[in-house]
Structure formats: C-alpha cells, structure tokens
Design a protein around this ligand. Structure first.
Ligand code: CO8
Length: 258
C-alpha cells in the first residue's frame, strides 16, 4: 500500500477519491503533491474495480495554485532541465473519468488542475482564476489552452490578462463547470455522479471519454469519423449485447466490463 503525505486516497465502492491535503498552504501544488496525485490517479486507472475518480480539496481551497515558495528561486535552466511540472500531463492520459469537486479557491495551477479533470462540479463558494500575470509569469499547466477552449477567447483573455477571479455562477454561465451546488454538497454530488459513471460499462465509458476529447483535438469531420469507429467497436463487446438485451427485457444491465 503506497503511503502519501500531501493527499488522502480512499475508495468508496467503484469510486476512487483523491483529496489534496496541504491545508496550511491552501493546497498549493508542489512537486511532491503533483507526483502523489499523478501516482494515485494512475493506480486507480490501472485498477479494474475503479470506474471513476473524484478529485477534491478543502472547503477553503481546491488549490491556490502552484507552490510559489517552491517555484520562486528556480532558474530557467532548472525548470527546463527538470521539465518542471511536466508530470501533470500524465493526468490527461488517465482513461478513467475524473470529476473535480471544487470548493473555494481554484487559482493558477489549481484552476488548471480542475481543467485537467473531465468535468467540474463547483460549490457556490468556488473562485476560478489564472492570476499568474500578477507574478510576472503566465499559466504553465495548460491554462491558456484549456480555459480558452472551455470559455472562449474573450473571457479567457480577460481572466489570463487581468488575473481576476471568477465566481462559480459566472464559471457555470461560461461553460467551465457542469453544475454549481451548495458548497457543503459539492463533494457528495461529485461522488454521486462518479458512482453513476462507475455503474456503466467501463469500456463504453473509456470510449465515450475518448470520443468527447477528440472534439478538442481534431476537425469536426475527423472527430465524427473517430466517433463512428469507436461506436462500431463497441459492438464487439459483451456489454453492448447485455446492455441492449437488458433494455428489451426491461431489467437492469449487468455489465462485465468486457
Ligand atoms: N503557493 C505557496 N503558498 C501559498 C499559495 C501558493 N500558490 N497560496 C497560498 N499560500 C500560502 C500562503 O503563503 C499562506 O502561508 P503562510 O501562512 O505560511 O503565510 C497560506 O497559504 C494561507 O494563505 P493566505 O494567508 O494568503 O490566505 P488568504 O485567505 O489571505 O488568501 C489567496 C487566499 C487569495 C488564495 C492567496 O493565498 C493567494 O493569492 N494565493 C496565491 C494565488 C496565486 O497567485 N496562484 C497562482 C500561483 S502561480 C501558478 O499556479 C502557476 C502554474 C504554472 C506552473 C507551471 C510550471 C510548468
């Protein structure tokens, strides 16, 4: 059993839960926390008993950004030679859906980490922003790209250039988050959504995630072609046979994830 110092890792049924746990630093993302989150997410991804992952922080802060104290003294040659923070990219290769339950601050790298998840459920007290410009830098974990794809150029430019914070209701209107719920319910709602996802056929969940993600990587024609190929491939699975038979027989499906 791997032991972690900056995160708490639990399972609830077929749902894996990763809680960022550096409360004194408002869950600022340092290298250790990055390595632990990525390691825990990969372990859940490799576990066929896990069908969805919830990533969360505390009520005050999902994460207040990359750890400025760790980062401040780094030189150009250090960040390049270390490929500083490059391991976060591994999260985008996790096939199991990741739901971010965001309450409190999700700033800088914290906002970028939430956007590395597949969908965001926000508490009413959530605050999103890319304040790197105030520190003389810019987003570095994909924020300039994922935020722009999520909310469009006008709002992304506004947030990235001014460094202002966006409240949960604005984030929902802009399409950054899928739902806003009372702050104290955000984690529960995220776990319920994860439990629902984890009750489906894991293979169709993997391919559904892959298909939606293609929309960000390719043209409409190529994306639709890719979707069609994935759709056809599901007719080779036992779960397609079972899912459709269960509908016709008016019973719940028993997916075997194969
Ligand atoms: N890094 C390190 N420590 C932090 C951070 C952070 N990002 N945020 C908060 N803390 C620490 C504070 O220093 C403080 O510690 P201490 O008690 O030892 O002084 C503790 O957390 C509590 O913070 P505050 O007292 O400031 O709490 P407040 O409630 O007054 O304010 C805020 C909360 C508004 C969230 C405030 O803490 C803040 O503005 N934090 C910084 C937000 C920020 O600028 N984030 C962006 C960081 S840069 C970034 O994320 C770049 C990512 C790209 C890197 C890519 C590399 C490839």
């Amino acid at each position: 059993m791997t032991t972690y110092e900056t995160i708490i890792v639990e399972t609830e049924g077929r749902v894996g839960v990763i809680t960022l746990n550096r409360p004194k630093a408002l869950n600022a993302l340092n290298t250790q926390l990055m390595n632990e989150v990525v390691s825990a997410a990969k372990a859940f991804d490799a576990d066929p008993e896990i069908g969805a992952i919830v990533l969360t922080g505390s009520e005050k802060a999902f994460a207040a950004g990359a750890d400025i104290k760790e980062m401040s003294s780094k030189s150009y040659s250090e960040v390049v030679s270390e490929a500083f923070f490059g391991a976060w990219d591994d999260l985008s290769r996790v096939r199991t859906p990741i739901i971010a339950a965001v309450t409190g601050y999700a700033l800088g790298g914290g906002c970028e980490l939430a956007m590395l998840a597949d969908t965001i459920i926000a508490g009413e007290n959530a605050r999103f922003g890319q304040p790197e410009i105030n520190l003389g830098v810019i987003p570095g974990i994909g924020g300039s790209q994922r935020l722009t794809r999520a909310v469009g150029k006008a709002k992304a430019m506004d947030l990235v250039l001014t460094g202002r914070q966006m409240k949960a209701d604005e984030a929902e209107r802009a399409g950054l988050v899928s739902r806003v719920v009372p702050t104290e319910e955000a984690l529960t709602v995220a776990k319920e959504a994860a439990t629902t996802i984890a009750s489906k056929s894991l293979i169709s969940v993997y391919l559904a995630k892959e298909a939606v993600n293609r929309a960000f990587d390719t043209t409409l024609t190529e994306g639709v072609r890719a979707e069609r190929g994935l759709f056809y491939s599901l007719f080779a699975t036992d779960d397609q046979t079972e899912g459709m038979a269960a509908f016709i027989e008016k019973r719940d499906p028993e997916f075997k994830h194969r």
